[in-house]
Design a binder for this molecule. Sequence first.
Ligand code: ADP
Length: 410
Amino acid sequence: MKILVVNAGSSSLKYQVLEPETGTLFAKGICESIGNTEASMITHQQVVKDIKIKDQHYPMENHAVALKLVVEKLLDKELGCIESMDEIEAVGHRVVHGGAFFSESMLLTDEVLEKLKLCHDFAPLHTPAHIQGIQGCLAVMPDKPQVLVFDTAFHQSMAPEAYTYALPYELYEKYGVRRYGAHGTSHRFVAGEMCKILGRTEGTKIVTCHIGNGSSISAVKDGKVMDTSMGFTPLAGVEMGTRCGDIDPALVPYMMEKLNLSGAEVNNLMNKKSGFLGISGFSSDSRDLENAIANGPSDPHYERANLAVNILKFQLKKYIGAYSAIMNGLDAVVFTAGIGENNPHLREIVCEDMEYFGIKINKELNAKTLRQPNIVKLSTDDSKVAVYLIPTNEELVIARDTAAIVSAAK
Ligand code: ADP
């Protein structure tokens, strides 16, 4: 059985064809600049044969046209991975925000689509794009069941005390103002893998650190999220590539006044000009910061690159401590995503001076663990808390949910 996984953005559409049982990836690609027929292009890779076409121009006026092209590529003798569309059992969609409506993945129905439309205000850029992706699939492959997998769903297990902001309660009741979190599919995958390693789900206390361009930390107890660092939007929590994470909320009106900016402009400053980029003054990419740090004080960016990385380190330590307190213990810390999987320096400084929590890692092993696809135990055998690197695989979760929901519906 093969599943087509679709991740539709406002002007892009990423896709993968996967076998959910084995996790085998057959093909993947991305359509970009959809809506701009002059610039739109596709990059497609047949993974098994390792054949790739890059930036090939095709006029794509909308997501339906892009999906038609994707189907063409998948059926192509040379570049494809299927002989007929019958081999594709169903389509699984990544959906960024499911509001408080969706606490699990759902088979697409008219009612589900209507509820998804109500999530618009929570993710105004993503929701219309997802709907276009879904409608594109309905147009191009009307007989295929479609399943929606929500990034927020795994966080729906939080208790009201974790998700409610101490604002006037009507804001929650009228507008759904509360913590929703993000990256739920990734937290769910790595927490699930960690539970398999621990040999149990009940009684487990895990902190999952998804650290990439966007970063979020979750407290996962008994396999369920107790708290997560992102909030009403993905701006909250720790310092990120270009996002500031948590700040004093009174800074928003302060910056509006001092810098003579509108609310939208301050929002842009906090989302696009802050984080690693804002602090270092030169890059949002952790590789650039690490290079500047490795060069030492003679590098003109050394000091602020170091500060940017140390801010994140400090915040991660605080989250590990706070989440251990709310879970009343800690069995494991998991690092995942671009930085979590590939930045040994950050992992090392986060785990340093954490003996009180029972965290001890093998520094040599940690230092050489990057750019590799395997689960790696980084903690020493005498560490009370297990520390693992678990490469995330959100597409596999989407493919598995899709397969399970479609077979249950048969
Ligand atoms: P996104 O949140 O956009 O999915 P990623 O999870 O890909 O982002 O994380 C991007 C960050 O991870 C960047 O700061 C980058 O430096 C780092 N990163 C990603 N891949 C690597 C790699 N192979 N080696 C070192 N750093 C990497």
